[in-house]
Design a protein around this ligand. Structure first.
Ligand code: UFG
Length: 361
């Protein structure tokens, strides 16, 4: 059943199919839009464990393209095989499908390991069977933990993970690195995302947290719309410019475009054509640090609303400061973030307001 990898040529209109696991999720759905814009055909694989199929309906509306969807759990190898058989030649895979809540991963550690490692292992095995090598993997800056070195480069030492979720990302990176060095051929691009935020500028797709959000931006927008009483800022006694933690918030549309840049690099770089198996790691952030208070100010300015917040104790396990050195992505992939925290807040707010009138969950 092996079939050749789809050949693509620079400038051609149809660049071939790209399977996106977790394609109905937050980053996956935005990436589907960018894939269409770049001339690829997305093939979405999702088990809808933490996503909504109506999100895909909206992606169809936005792109005007009704691309294929397969309701599959990536751990189901037979189903993955059938999917590849049905779809025929593909250019590559972007693997998003994973559990992602830091807090929940503590109580559900085994489930996190099973899902996040199991999906990747099964995907790599089936890709090998069908002769597909190009893979873009959704990793996280969480692998760095609290680094002594700022900004964080791809060479910065990886610290022991802070949560079962973080450790699954570290183990998945090791699985990819070891596989690329083994006799199973794979060309793996590992993208270490900093803090993905924002929404599509149309306001039609965005983040859909299950229950009470853990992350700052959905908590802010849910508070402003009246779903939450107030935001608690976790700690204002950190050794930072205003006492609150800093992060590198990257707009989800920029982040989605980083995947397209990675695919284009896999496709067009002459060195990659010569190389056998390899893995390459890239930071995906803006290169700028924003504090929690600065994020709140950006939200207030972008939305024209006042946010109710108070200072509370530090959140256990929070890192103090994190931001990326993004030189490698810029030089090698020709990618850099174009959008700001203001853009992200404006779009996240538009999405939240739109959800009130047309709820998805
Ligand atoms: N924060 C608050 N109040 C809240 C929520 C968050 O003050 O209600 C603060 C946090 O203390 C932190 C900042 O906002 O200083 C960002 O917190 P998030 O939870 O939004 O993001 P994290 O940086 O903790 O975690 C994110 C992703 C993880 C990923 C990590 C990578 O959620 O999946 O970045 O560094 F692993």
């Amino acid at each position: 059943m092996a079939h050749a990898q789809a050949g693509t040529s620079e400038g051609s209109l149809d660049k071939g199919k790209v399977v996106i696991t977790g394609g109905a999720g937050f980053i996956g759905s935005h990436t589907a839009i960018e894939l269409c814009a770049a001339g690829y055909t997305p093939v979405v694989v999702d088990n809808f464990g933490n996503s909504d199929r109506r999100m895909l309906e909206r992606v169809y509306e936005l792109t005007g393209q009704r691309f294929p969807l397969h309701e599959i759990d990536c751990r189901d190898r037979a189903a993955l095989r059938r999917m590849f058989e049905q779809e025929g030649p593909c250019f590559g895979v972007i693997h998003f499908a994973a559990h992602k809540a830091v807090g929940a991963s503590v109580a559900q550690a085994l489930d996190y390991y099973d899902n996040n490692l199991g999906s990747l292992i099964s995907l790599l095995q089936v890709m090998n069977e069908v002769g597909l090598q190009n893979l873009v993997y959704s990793s996280s800056a969480t692998v760095y933990g609290q680094s002594d070195e700022l900004p964080v480069t791809e060479q910065t030492q990886v610290r022991p993970g802070e949560s079962p979720y973080g450790r699954t990302k570290q183990v998945c990176e090791s699985i990819l690195i070891d596989t690329a060095a083994s006799k199973v051929p794979v060309k793996a691009v590992l993208l270490r995302y900093f803090n993905p935020v924002g929404a599509h500028p149309s306001g039609r797709i965005g983040e859909l947290p299950l229950g009470k959000p853990e992350n700052l931006v959905p908590y802010i927008t849910q508070t402003a719309i009246g779903l939450r009483e107030e935001l608690t800022v976790f700690g204002n006694d950190y050794p930072t410019r205003d006492g609150t933690c800093t992060r590198d918030y990257v707009h989800v549309v920029d982040l989605a475009r980083a995947h397209i840049a990675a695919l284009a690099w896999l496709d067009n770089s002459p060195e990659n054509a010569q190389r056998g198996s390899f893995h390459e790691i890239f930071n995906v952030g803006t290169g700028a640090a924003t504090s929690v208070l600065e994020a709140i100010q950006a939200f207030e300015k972008a939305s024209g609303t006042k946010l109710r917040y108070r200072f509370g104790p530090r959140r256990p396990g929070d890192i103090v400061e994190s931001y990326a050195n993004v030189d490698k992505a810029r030089k090698v992939l020709g990618w850099k973030a174009e959008l700001t925290i203001f853009d992200a807040m404006r779009d996240a707010w538009k999405w939240q307001v739109g959800l009130k009138n047309d709820p998805l969950r």
